[in-house]
Structures are given as structure tokens and as C-alpha cells.
Design a protein around this ligand. Structure first.
Ligand code: 4AZ
Length: 760
């Protein structure tokens, strides 16, 4: 019998509690449903785990996977046939070919200079000054192929200030340079300045950071090593003085922070000017230097000055004036994060609205200039407005562009009109003509025809007949060799070419060169030490510097005769009263290379005229020879026939007065001037110029020799970078006056006398 058979009632009765329909549903959700649920949960968890795993791998490990990049290239050897053995890199044939190819690509062993690298790190403390210097300074020039960096830090709320007291690097920033960064790493966008060349004390060089860090780097290449730099580093409070403020009264002055040195980056300063009620205010920028790479000088988006809607940047002339029709003016100065400059110095002034320039002429640019300066030929306003709409007088030339210029500026080799009117038709009206050295005109056809057509034979000079310069009959302008033969080449002495058969034009050429040369061109600035090794300072024992002189050899100096004329108690003509300082840079400071000598003999020119200053030249023999070297070196003496062309740039040097009636300079000064046409000069100097004199200057004034420079050199450039003694500082009508050039003794006229007396 089976338990589930119909025959058992009890069993059936018990079954009633569970109707057949429910038992069917129960059958479905029973053990099968649970399994499905479990599977679902497991699958869900697996997906979550997979996603989590993927995320962890991606975020944590994936970026560590190194991506291998393969660069490939090929080279084709066109002049070799392929051979099977070239497939085997270890074969001697492959090796030979490879060596040959490498030798062609790198003809000499590739230059791989050893780069010297040094890094210094400093943290400034308040009140402490740290001295930095380039490696080797001051005992030896800096090293070649070097990279040096100085990481500078200051306390919070402080800035770094770096002040260079000496800065002398090669003049080419492509070779040696110092960079200043407003950061601790060399970021281009925070580069404040890149400097090279020489900065004399008259051009102070100091930098201030925007925050409390700064980086200096110095890079040098293989050639020409200079003394280098020394700088003082200190920390200064973040709040720097001179950045804006309230300015009141009728006039006053203000300047960018750290002027005349460099302003810091990332700075905004506002000066609020207020003048008395009823007046207007104007500002004149006496100096304005705000240049930087990438600046647009029309939009001035980098460093700029803003007054109302006027924005200024770049470099501006001292005649830049901005005015407002109000008694208040705000001047905003803003610098960005890169490149800094020297900034500005400015003066403000109140003016009457009805009369901006009382008693003076008002320029178009709002400047006021003396009324006498109107129509005088000089651009006094800076915008030519004082020279516009003028009626030229008899003493003036009328330029084609309408300007009037003094007659004596005609034919002085300087384009004073601006359109060259004053230099046209000067010597030879016919442009086909040749202009002789004496000013005569001869046909070009007569040049080099063997005849003296000019009268001074200058039409027969530098005529090369065939490959070799020929010996010609001696004339006023031909060069005379030691063997008395004459050659027809202009200034052949020491030009590196043997022109005389006996080579005498290239003998005794150890002169006129110098170790250091600064190419900056300005009127009257401190020289670089060693730049003028022939410059001598003549002292009267016990009274100091009196005159200059030039070294012409180890025993002889050239000076002015007027320096050695007895006057009152002082016997200037006696050698024993003098001391000569050679290789001197700063008065009163004997340098390591300075040599002091007493004098044995003074020879003043016998024809010196103390009324006209004619023949103003003298020779001095030292009591013992000096050692010639980089600090003391002779200047070249020009041959009698040497030609110094009119308008040529020449240099004057000395410790004389820096302005008329002023006191002497302590550091040797230099200035660039131009030689001036003899006739023009004679007119300017009321006929006092003799042929033994040569004139040089800047006719606009401001650059000249002065008292105390007398006897010193007028150095003119010659062949091969040598300098020749064109003149000796002699006299002038005051110093640096307009239309009053300096007058120098013309050394060519005394060449044979010097030779006769000294043997040089
Ligand atoms: C002087 O008194 C002197 N401006 C030298 C040069 C000049 C003027 C004066 C030229 O020694």
C-alpha cells in the first residue's frame, strides 16, 4: 500500500488545509526562488567588485605604466654601394664605414666643453648684507663655459634687493650674461632682466623682487673672460618707499620706486596730485624708461604710466609733458610680472589756465621754453614746435623742409636740416666731381691720373695701379716710408698690410689697442677701468691733478704746452714739481696697476704761443721706464700725412671739470665727439683756428673737454681697431657751449718734432 493513495481518508482530510491551487504557487517560490536571488546578489557584488578594481587600477597604478616611445630615423649613404657584410655590425667593413660617416658628420671630435656648474643658496636676515660675486672676482676674470646660480630667500613680508657695485661682463649678451628672476626657478615669464657689458657707477644697477625670493644666474661661454660682478644682497620690508602718495603745493617731484635703478615687478603706485584751486596741473617726465620685449608701444599693456586716458610706455624724451584742465591729477604706474626698467622721474607744476607759459614760449607738447630759443635752429621743445613757422634770417640757411639753421652749420658733414639741405652742393656742385682734402673740386677723371690736380695731391692718394700700391713722388698727402720712398695709400700705418718695401709702415705698431672697450655711447660718462691705458694724470706735488697727458712709449708722454708754463709761484716748467700717474682710474686711489713716476725732462714746443695757444704741445720724459701692459699702453702717433676725416667720431677722456666752472671728476670720464670742418670751426671761433689746431665737439652743446682735461688725448679710430692720437686737449670758449667746439693741438703737424725729440 502507498501513503498517497485515495484509500486513506485521514491523509486526505489533513490535506485540506492546503488547497491544490496554493500548493501550486508554493511550488514556484520555494527553493528555486532563493537560488535565483542568491545568484543575482552574487552577480551584483561581482560587478561592483570589478568596477572598484578597475577604478583602483586606473587611479593608482595606470599612470605608472611607462609609455615606451620609439623614435626612429634613417640615413642614406649615397656614395657607397651596399655590400652584404654591411648587414653585420660587428664586421670590420661595417665599423670602417661607420667611422667614416661619423667623421663626416662631426669633422673634428664634437666640441663638448666641460661646463662648470655651481649653485649657491642664501637666506637674508634683517640688517644683514650678503656679498655675492662671480667666481674668481676680483682676483681673476670669470671662468669660461660656466653656469652659476644664486638662490636668494628673504623672510615673509620682505623683498630681496640686489645691488651691483661692479658689473663688467663681455659686451655680447649672446656670449656671457647675468639674469635676474623674480622666482627661485628660471621661469621665462618671471625674468626681470638679462644684463651683459659694463655698468659704471654712474649707471647704478639694482633690482628688487616682488616677493621674498629671487634667482640670479650667470652663464659664460668659451671666449673672452671679463672681471665679472660683485653685488650686495639684503632684505627690505615689502612696503617700499616712493610708491605713490599725495602730492600738494605748486610744484614738486616724484619718481618710480628705486629710481634711477630698476623698479620691482608686479607693482602699482598712484600719485594723487592736487594744486591750489583755480589752477591746472601738468607733469613733465624728465626721464622715462619703460621698455620691455613684447610691449606694444601703442597699447602699453605691460609696464606703463596712465594719466586719465593717456597711457605712456617705452622710452620718452625729457620734453614729455602731460597736463589736465583741473587742479587734480592721478598718475598711475603699473609693472607686470616680467622685465623691469629704470622707470621715470617727473616734476609736477601748477599753471594758470589762461597763461600756461608765463613769459616763455609754449611748445605744442605743452612744455615751456625760453622765448629766445624760438627759431634759433635748435629743437628746444623736443617736438620742433619752436622751430616751426619761422622766417629765416640772413645768418640762417632755409632748409627745404622749412626749418632755419645757422649758416655755419652748412657743409660740416652733419645733416642738421634733417633733409640734408645744409650738406648739399658743399664742395663740388657737380656730383661727378671729386672733393679734394683741401676742399677743392676736380673732375673724377683727374683722380689717379698721375698729376697733382687738387693742389694737395689728394686726388693721387690710394690709387692702386695693378695689384700692388706703387711708389709715387712724395707730396703733401703721400705716406713717406723710412727708406724715403712715398706710397699713395691713405693712412697705411699699422693697418696690417705691408705697403712700404722696407715694411716701415708696419713697424712700431704695438700701440693704440686696449684690453677693455665699452661700446656705450653717451656724452660724458665714467670710463671703464683699463679702457684708456694711455691716459695719464699729471699732478703737481702736494696739489693733485692739474692736466692730462698721453703715453707714447715706456718713457715719453705728450701733453699741452700751456700745462707747463710757469705761473705765479708755481714753476710748472720744472720737471721736479710734477708727478705722473699712469694706469690710474680714480683720483686718489692708486690701483694695483697704477704706476707713479717723476719727470726727468719737459720739452715745451719752442713756438708755443700763450696768447693764441698755437703749437700747444709739450713732451715729458719719465725718470724711469714704466712697465707696459693692459693698464698702461701707448697710443699710436699718426703719420704727418694721416687724414682724420671731418665728422669722424672721436673720444675725449680726462678727470677735468664735469661742467663749466665746476670741479674735477674723481673717476676718469669719457665722451664721444665729432671732428669738425676747419673752415666751419674757424667761423665759429672768430678766426682763431690755425692749421696746428683740430676742432671736435657736439655743436648742440653738452659734450666737451673742460678745465683739467688739458694735455689729455683726443683718440681717433684707425685701422685694425687701433686708436691714434689725433689731438691734445688745448682750449675752448668755455665748456660744452652751443656752437663752441673744443680745440685740440693737431698732432700730425708735430710728428717729426716728436720723433726728433724722443726718437718715438
Ligand atoms: C681748460 O681750461 C680748457 N672746452 C680745456 C678745454 C676746453 C676749455 C677749457 C674746451 O683747460
Amino acid at each position: 500500500m502507498s501513503l498517497w493513495t485515495k484509500e486513506s481518508d485521514q491523509w486526505e482530510t489533513s490535506v485540506q488545509f492546503l488547497p491544490a491551487s496554493n500548493s501550486k504557487a508554493l511550488e514556484k517560490r520555494g527553493p528555486g526562488r532563493k537560488i535565483t536571488l542568491i545568484i543575482l546578489v552574487v552577480v551584483f557584488l561581482a560587478i561592483i567588485a570589478l568596477i572598484t578594481g578597475l577604478l583602483v587600477w586606473h587611479l593608482r597604478y595606470r599612470n605608472r605604466v611607462k609609455v615606451r616611445k620609439v623614435y626612429s630615423g634613417s640615413m642614406r649613404i649615397t656614395n657607397e654601394e651596399f655590400q652584404d657584410y654591411y648587414e653585420d655590425p660587428s664586421s670590420p667593413q661595417f665599423r670602417n664605414l661607420a667611422t667614416e660617416v661619423l667623421n663626416q658628420v662631426f669633422p673634428s671630435p664634437p666640441a663638448c666643453p666641460h661646463l662648470e656648474r655651481q649653485s649657491f643658496s642664501y637666506h637674508c636676515q634683517s640688517g644683514q648684507v650678503i656679498t655675492l660675486q662671480s667666481p674668481g672676482f676680483p682676483d681673476s676674470p670669470y671662468h669660461a663655459n660656466s653656469y652659476t646660480e644664486w638662490l636668494l630667500r628673504a623672510d615673509p613680508n620682505h623683498r630681496i634687493k640686489v645691488e651691483f657695485d661692479t658689473f663688467s661682463l663681455e659686451n655680447d649678451c649672446g656670449k656671457d650674461f647675468v639674469r635676474v628672476y623674480d622666482s627661485l626657478v628660471a621661469l621665462d615669464k618671471q625674468l626681470m632682466a638679462e644684463k651683459c657689458g659694463v655698468y659704471p657707477p654712474s649707471e647704478p644697477l639694482s633690482f628688487i623682487s616682488s616677493g621674498n625670493v629671487m634667482l640670479l644666474t650667470m652663464v659664460t661661454n668659451e671666449d673672452k673672460n671679463f672681471p665679472g660682478f660683485r653685488a650686495q644682497v639684503s632684505q627690505i620690508p615689502s612696503q617700499i618707499p616712493g610708491c605713490g602718495g599725495a602730492l600738494t603745493g605748486n610744484s614738486g617731484s616724484f619718481a618710480t620706486p628705486n629710481f634711477p635703478s630698476y623698479y620691482p615687478p608686479l607693482i602699482n603706485c598712484t600719485w594723487s596730485i592736487q594744486v591750489p584751486d583755480g589752477k591746472y596741473v601738468k607733469v613733465q617726465f624728465k626721464k622715462f624708461l619703460m621698455s620691455e620685449p613684447g610691449q606694444s608701444y601703442s597699447t602699453c599693456k605691460k609696464d606703463f604710466v596712465q594719466i586719465g586716458s593717456t597711457k605712456l610706455c617705452g622710452e620718452k624724451s625729457p620734453s614729455t609733458v602731460v597736463s589736465v584742465q583741473s587742479n587734480k591729477m592721478d598718475v598711475l604706474f603699473s609693472s607686470d610680472m616680467s622685465y623691469v626698467d629704470r622707470g621715470f622721474s617727473a616734476e609736477f607744476e601748477a599753471f594758470e589756465p589762461t597763461d600756461p607759459c608765463p613769459g616763455t614760449f609754449q611748445c605744442k607738447n605743452n612744455m615751456c621754453v625760453d622765448s629766445n630759443l624760438r627759431c634759433d635752429g635748435w629743437n628746444d621743445c623736443g617736438d620742433y614746435s619752436d622751430e616751426m613757422n619761422c622766417k629765416c634770417t640772413n645768418a640762417q640757411i632755409k632748409c627745404k623742409n622749412g626749418l632755419c639753421k645757422p649758416n655755419f652749420w652748412q657743409c660740416d658733414s652733419v645733416d642738421d636740416c634733417g633733409d640734408n639741405t645744409d650738406e648739399e652742393n658743399c664742395a663740388c656742385r657737380n656730383p661727378e666731381d671729386f672733393t679734394c682734402q683741401n676742399g677743392n673740386c676736380v673732375s673724377q677723371r683727374k683722380k689717379c691720373d698721375g698729376q697733382n690736380d687738387c693742389g694737395d695731391s689728394s686726388d693721387e692718394i690710394s690709387c692702386s695701379r695693378g695689384a700692388k700700391l706703387s711708389v709715387v713722388p712724395c707730396t703733401e698727402v703721400s705716406y713717406k716710408c723710412k727708406n724715403t720712398q712715398c706710397i699713395n695709400k691713405e693712412n697705411p700705418e699699422c693697418d696690417g698690410v705691408k705697403d712700404c718695401e722696407d715694411g716701415s709702415d708696419e713697424a712700431n705698431c704695438e700701440c693704440g689697442t686696449r684690453p677693455y672697450k665699452s661700446s656705450r655711447i653717451v656724452g660724458g660718462q665714467a670710463a671703464v677701468e683699463g679702457e684708456w691705458p694711455w691716459q695719464v694724470s699729471l699732478h703737481i706735488k702736494g696739489s693733485g691733478h692739474v692736466c692730462g697727458a698721453s703715453v707714447i712709449d715706456e718713457r715719453w708722454l705728450v701733453t699741452a704746452a700751456h700745462c707747463v708754463q710757469d705761473s705765479g709761484q708755481t714753476k710748472y716748467s720744472q720737471p721736479q714739481v710734477w708727478e705722473a700717474y699712469l694706469g690710474l682710474h680714480i683720483q686718489g686711489k692708486m690701483g694695483e696697476d697704477t704706476q707713479k713716476r717723476s719727470l726727468k725732462r719737459i720739452i715745451a714746443h719752442p713756438y708755443y704761443n700763450d696768447y693764441t695757444y698755437d703749437n700747444d704741445i709739450a713732451l715729458m720724459e719719465l725718470d724711469s721706464a714704466v712697465t707696459l701692459g693692459h693698464s698702461v699702453w701707448p697710443i699710436c702717433l699718426p703719420a704727418e700725412t694721416h687724414n682724420f676725416p671731418v665728422g669722424e667720431n672721436v673720444w675725449i677722456t680726462g678727470w677735468g671739470a664735469t661742467r663749466e666752472g665746476g670741479s674735477g671728476a674723481s673717476i676718469l670720464q669719457k665722451a664721444e665727439v665729432r671732428t669738425i670742418n676747419q673752415t666751419v670751426c674757424n667761423d665759429l671761433m672768430s678766426g682763431q683756428i690755425t692749421s696746428r689746431m683740430i676742432c671736435a665737439g657736439v655743436l648742440t652743446g653738452g659734450v666737451d673737454a673742460c678745465q683739467g682735461d688739458s694735455g689729455g688725448p683726443l683718440s681717433a679710430p684707425g685701422a685694425q681697431g687701433r686708436l691714434f692720437l689725433a689731438g691734445v686737449v688745448s682750449w675752448g670758449d668755455g665748456c660744452a657751449r652751443r656752437n663752441k667746439p673744443g680745440i685740440y693741438t693737431r698732432v700730425t703737424k708735430f710728428r717729426s718734432w716728436i720723433k726728433e725729440k724722443t726718437g718715438v
